[in-house]
Design a protein around this ligand. Sequence first.
Ligand SMILES: [Zn+2]
Length: 325
Amino acid sequence: MIIRQDLAPVLPGKNCFGRMNKKKFLVIHQTGNAARGANAQMHATYQINNTKYKDPREASWHWQVDDKEAIQSFTHDVSCYHASDGSGDGNMHSIAIEGCINADGDYKKSVENMARLAAKILKDENISIMNMKQHYDFARDKKNCPAQIRSGKDGIDWNKFVQMVQGYINEKPIVAGIKVEKPKTDKELADEVIKGIHGTGAERKAKLGSRYDAVQKLVDEMFKPKPVVKPKPVPKPVANKTVTDTYKESGTFYPNDTIIVRNAPSTSATIVARYYKGEHVKYHTVHLKNGYVWLQYTRGNGQQAHIPCRTYSNGKYGTLWGTIK
Ligand SMILES: [Zn+2]
């Protein structure tokens, strides 16, 4: 038997009470629908579609199981509408299984699968088999459910069913023969949508059920055009020379403010002169060092001097403090 999820939306007040289930009981039902095709998937799909109506039918249950698979519609924290006991323990604090009785299914296999699923849930949720109940036990209207088990169809009455569940609980490993199918991730479903597996519009919404919003968001993101990354502008070197720390270049610098001149290209070097607005200096070498562009020139006394003309760091040039010709 395969176990998988096909979750229905949780709409408190519409199709359930909300997430408040203390998981005290496991309640066994049979669907009452013997029509061909009334299998687990049909009932799971019914629970998803039920919420789309303005006035959804006030009925919901956690699991449906047929002769091939068990499908989960609600996680166990949800209090569903199934036990006909208002806000009693049946609805509020139990987990419900509907066993399928569809004419095109194998009835005995379906009941065996329900017993396997019941054993797994009792074990997983640490519920005593004494707290596995019939819908009838809770129903205020004494509804005859699970009808086929209560009437002992095919030799399986309630006592026999309880024995079967106990047998599966005793199996090592617990409940052999169950294959739990991992729920698909939103990404996997989005990939399927793009391949066209889930149709479009209303069909896609119906097929994806409670997963629709998250999956559709991913699909939209996958189709969004990627932002174009602009290349960073390459800083222009002084006088269009290749940027290296030091390079030969001749020119005349006209400062537009007072600038201190030093004997080396560093603000911690010795001050050797000052240049003022209106003066000019003929330089022969450029240094990109220590936060500035330094213009090196030869002084009248033959010594070398360095005048900063703009800031420079990490390839970024500041405004030139004057003009260069
Ligand atoms: Zn029932």
